[in-house]
Design a protein around this ligand. Structure first.
Ligand code: C2O
Ligand code: CU
Ligand code: CU
Length: 501
């Protein structure tokens, strides 16, 4: 952080269009003028006022993608990426990127064993792909940046979901260098794989897809500023299922599935007077429910299944508490956000079965991988910050992403121990494609801690100078990406290719 202050705001001003710098500076000021209700009380330059979006409306369930197949075990549907004007704040029409006209995109609900065939149509003015975040789909069906779908083109995404893949996933674009802006414009959707032997099948479900959105004074989506590229973009509106501060009530024993599909925002979720009981992570249920906790941290890309418990019926508030992820060049004032108003019934967790699934394990590793996230050391550097500097700033194993370079290789089916080190002053969420891994240990400041419980994950946070160890196995040949899931960092090259063969 100190080191970064060498990049003074005046250096930044040279590289930034005046207007966006102005908007950024005022955005910072607004934070100091926020009152308890979470609304801006100060003036609002450059950005749409928080009060301009309807709030307090009933939370709507996610729109579902219709299965056009009548055959058992098949899911056939059409998905198109298209520009769409959406009335978010009257009288404006916000121009967004959508899947089938919706932001967020439709929920895809499938079962283990299903064969999925999605006819994708790119109606955007630019190339895109559809990446199935967390799913074990073949690499050539996974929307890699090497497989762009040109504007006006169609293609099928086809895959069969193996047994054991039940979990909470999502899909989003992954084109080379354009992921962050396409997601910022609205492209992302949810996907759930159900199991036919789900021990919690009786629990009602509620889905909270949390994203954020930045709107300017005309309710349009502005491009990234230099600070967005550096720290990841955070919109002033935090949305659930596309709605701002909605209200919802939970039926007794509701199984919540929660997605953090923000580009960069860390969500430290808390519900006043209630506790979370964690039931599952990215790749499905835990072996057993975790003891109750007050907070749930979801970093960008992560998902959970959870239960809220309360000693009495409550009308309460879902908040995102301040999380310091050590942004560069930004003096942050701790700030909590109201995400939703929630009615929680009096309920405990004693109805949850003691065992939720078979053992989560992968066996002994027979190979090792070392991955280091780093940032260019600019302590001796006094140039002005520019886009080209940013494009060489975020690295994996000392290199910026090159689509055509193979960075690491793994053998098909071999269990590996990965050691991922964050050699930087800032948090970065690590994500690996095509499979789920099991974190075994974490190490920070010379302290090595055994992970308290096994869980299937595809995204894990790395605090500054933290090392995370995990076990992993890739079961399909081809190229997989691993990267920072702050989408701006991914686009700037904090990504690498793993060849599985
Ligand atoms: Cu959701 Cu390559 O990522
Ligand atoms: Cu992914
Ligand atoms: Cu990052």
């Amino acid at each position: 952080m100190k080191r970064r202050q060498i990049l003074t705001l005046s250096a930044l001003a040279l590289a930034l269009p005046y207007r966006s710098l102005f908007a950024q500076a005022h955005h910072g000021m607004q934070h100091r003028n926020m009152d308890m209700s979470g609304h801006h009380s100060g003036s609002n330059s450059g950005l749409l006022a928080l009060g301009a979006l309807p709030h307090g409306e009933r939370l709507r369930p996610l729109e579902k993608l219709q299965n056009e197949s009548t055959q058992a075990g098949r899911f056939t549907a059409r998905l198109s990426a298209q520009t769409q004007g959406i009335k978010l704040a009257k009288p404006y029409v916000s121009q967004m990127y959508t899947y089938n006209g919706n932001a967020p995109g439709p929920l895809i609900e499938v079962y283990e064993g299903d064969t999925v065939d999605i006819l994708f149509y790119n109606q955007l003015p630019e190339a895109t792909t559809v990446h199935w975040h967390g799913l074990p789909v073949p690499p050539d069906q996974d929307g890699n940046p090497q497989d762009p779908v040109a504007p006006g083109e169609q293609r099928h995404y086809r895959f069969t979901l193996p047994e054991g893949s039940a979990g909470t996933y999502w899909y989003h674009p992954h084109p080379h260098g354009q992921t962050a802006m396409q997601v910022a414009r609205g492209l992302a959707g949810t996907l759930i794989v159900h199991s036919r032997t789900d021990p919690l099948a009786e629990m009602p479900e509620q889905h909270w897809m949390i994203s954020d959105l930045r709107l300017d004074e005309q309710a349009q989506i502005p491009p990234n500023t230099m600070l967005d590229w550096m720290n990841g973009r955070e919109g002033q509106f935090i949305l659930i299922n596309g709605q701002y501060q909605p209200s919802t009530s939970l039926a007794p024993n509701t199984r919540l599935r929660i997605w953090n599909s923000c580009s960069a925002r860390y969500l430290r979720l808390q519900v006043d007077g209630c506790q979370w009981v964690l039931l599952g992570t990215d790749g499905g249920l835990l072996e057993s429910a975790r003891p109750p906790s007050d907070e749930l941290l979801l970093v960008p890309g992560q998902r959970v299944e959870a239960l809220l418990i309360s000693e009495q019926d409550r009308a309460t508030t879902l908040r995102a508490l301040y999380y310091d992820r050590h942004k560069m060049m930004v003096e942050e004032r701790p700030q909590d956000y109201v995400l939703a108003h929630v009615q929680v019934p009096k309920q405990g967790n004693n109805f949850v079965p003691a065992r939720l699934r078979d053992t989560i394990h992968l066996g002994q590793p027979t190979a090792k991988k070392k991955v280091t996230f780093s940032e260019m050391d600019m302590s001796h550097d006094d140039h002005d910050m520019s886009m080209s500097m940013l494009q060489s700033m975020f690295m994996i194993n000392g290199k910026v992403y090159n689509m055509d370079r193979i960075d690491l290789q793994s053998k098909l089916g071999e269990v590996e121990l990965w050691q991922v080190f964050n050699d930087s002053h800032m948090d970065h969420p690590f994500h690996l494609h095509g499979t789920q891994f099991i974190v075994t240990e974490r190490e920070q400041a010379g302290q090595r801690l055994t992970e308290p419980y096994p869980a299937w994950r595809d995204t894990i946070n790395l605090q500054p100078y933290e090392t995370v160890y995990f076990l992993v196995k890739q079961d399909q040949p081809g190229i997989r990406m691993f990267h920072c899931h702050i989408l701006e960092h991914e686009d700037l090259g904090m990504m690498a290719n793993l060849l599985v063969s």
